[in-house]
Ligand binder design. Structure first.
Ligand SMILES: NC(=O)c1ccc[n+]([C@@H]2O[C@H](COP(=O)([O-])OP(=O)(O)OC[C@H]3O[C@@H](n4cnc5c(N)ncnc54)[C@H](OP(=O)(O)O)[C@@H]3O)[C@@H](O)[C@H]2O)c1
Length: 313
C-alpha cells in the first residue's frame, strides 16, 4: 500500500496525506529567504500534483494565507481536493480575540473553509479552558471544521480535550517540533498522551529547518543564505557537530534507497505514524518532500536511525 494514502487526523473526519506543505516560508520576515511569487506557485502546484492534499499556514505567517488561497483558486482546486489548516496567534491576547479575528482568517482563505483551526502556542493571557470554549463556539457556528493546538504539553492537551469533549468535539491534533534531532516528545509525555487520547501529532520543522538534509554540514563554518535561522541553537557549531554522524547515516540510507536525505528524514517520521509539514523554498524541494510518501524504510533501517538519534530524545 502506498504511503500516499490518506490518514485520518485524530478522531476527526479529515483525511490528509502524511505529508502536508508548511507555508511559513511564503512570508517568514527573513527567517527563511522568501521565494518569489512564481516559485510559490510552482511549490503549491507541484505539491498537489505529487499527492499533498493539505497546507499549514497561520495568522502569524504574514500574507501566507492570502497567497495560498489565491494560488489554489488559480489552479482551480476545490475544497474536496485540498484542505487548509491555519492558526490563531495567542500571545498578548485573551480568548475573546479568537472570535474577534476569525473573520480575517475566513476572508483571507476564501473560498476555502478552515479545515483545522489551531491555537499557535499555549501562551495566551486566557487559560486553555476559555480558549477551547471560544473554539467550540466557532465550531458550533460552522466557522471552523476542526480544532487543533500547537506546542501544547501532555497536561495542556488533556485540558483542551476535556473542554472540547463537553461539546462532542475531538481535539484533532497537536503540532509540535519533531524530527530526528528533536525527539523530546517521545520522553516528555506528549507522544504517549496523544496516542492514548487519539490525537494526531503534526511534526513541525521535520527537517530541523534544513539541517537534516545535510546541506549545512558541507561547510558548517559558512552558513550562507541561512537567514535568521542561524541564531537558533541547532545551527551552532556545537550542535551541528553533535549530529554529524547521524547526517552521514541518513546520507548512506538515502543512497541505499535511491532517495534524498530529506526523504529519509521525513519517511522516518511518517513511519512513526505522524503527519509532517516540511516547508520549501524551491519547487525541487517541494517535489522531493512529497516523494517521501513513495517508499518505506525497513524496520532494520528505522532501528538504526532510532539508535543513532537516541541522544536527541
Ligand atoms: N506551530 C509552530 O509553532 C511551528 C513552528 C515552526 C514551523 N511550523 C510549521 O512547520 C513548517 C515546517 O517547519 P520549518 O519551516 O520550521 O522547518 P523544516 O520544514 O524542517 O525546514 C524547512 C527548510 O528546509 C529546507 N528544505 C526543505 N526541503 C528541502 C529539501 N528537499 N532539500 C534541501 N533543503 C530543504 C529549506 O531551507 P531553505 O530555506 O534554506 O531553502 C526550508 O526552508 C512551517 O512551514 C510551518 O508551517 C510551525
Amino acid at each position: 500500500m502506498s504511503m500516499e494514502n490518506k490518514r485520518r487526523l485524530g478522531k476527526s473526519n479529515l483525511m490528509l496525506s502524511p505529508v502536508g506543505l508548511g507555508c511559513w516560508q511564503f512570508d517568514s520576515k527573513g527567517y527563511f529567504e522568501k521565494p518569489v511569487g512564481s516559485v510559490i506557485q510552482g511549490i503549491i502546484d507541484t505539491s498537489v500534483r505529487s499527492g499533498v492534499n493539505w497546507f499549514d499556514t497561520a495568522e502569524r505567517y504574514g500574507n501566507s494565507e492570502q497567497i495560498l488561497s489565491t494560488i489554489l483558486y488559480y489552479f482551480k482546486k476545490t475544497d474536496s481536493d485540498v484542505k487548509i489548516a491555519t492558526k490563531w496567534w495567542p500571545m498578548f491576547r485573551t480568548a475573546k480575540n479568537i472570535s474577534k479575528t476569525i473573520h480575517d482568517r475566513i476572508n483571507n482563505l476564501y473560498p476555502y473553509p478552515i479545515s483545522l483551526y489551531q491555537v499557535h502556542n499555549p501562551l495566551s493571557f486566557s487559560n486553555i479552558e476559555k480558549q477551547m470554549q471560544e473554539m467550540s463556539l466557532l465550531w458550533i457556528k460552522g466557522m471552523i471544521k476542526n480544532v487543533g493546538v500547537c506546542n501544547f504539553s501532555a497536561k495542556q492537551m488533556r485540558i483542551a480535550q476535556n473542554v472540547l469533549s463537553w461539546w462532542g468535539i475531538p481535539l484533532a491534533s497537536n503540532q509540535v517540533r519533531y524530527s530526528l534531532i528533536d525527539r523530546g516528545i517521545e520522553t516528555n509525555g506528549v507522544l504517549d498522551t496523544a496516542k492514548e487520547l487519539g490525537i494526531s501529532i503534526i511534526a513541525s520543522s521535520p527537517l530541523a529547518q534544513g539541517i537534516l538534509t545535510g546541506r549545512f554540514h558541507k561547510n558548517p563554518e559558512k552558513l550562507d543564505g541561512v537567514g535568521l535561522r542561524k541564531y537558533s541553537d541547532k545551527f551552532s557549531q556545537t550542535e551541528l557537530k553533535k549530529c554529524k554522524d547521524l547526517i552521514n547515516i541518513i546520507y548512506y540510507l538515502s543512497t541505499k534507497y535511491n532517495v534524498t536525505s530529506s526523504q529519509v528524514a521525513l519517511n522516518w517520521l511518517i513511519n512513526k505514524g505522524v503527519f509532517v509539514i516540511p516547508g520549501a523554498t524551491t519547487v525541487k524541494q517541494a517535489e522531493e518532500n512529497a516523494g517521501a510518501m513513495n517508499f518505506t524504510l525497513s524496520k532494520w533501517d528505522m532501528d538504526i536511525l532510532d539508535e543513532e538519534s537516541n541522544i536527541f530524545k
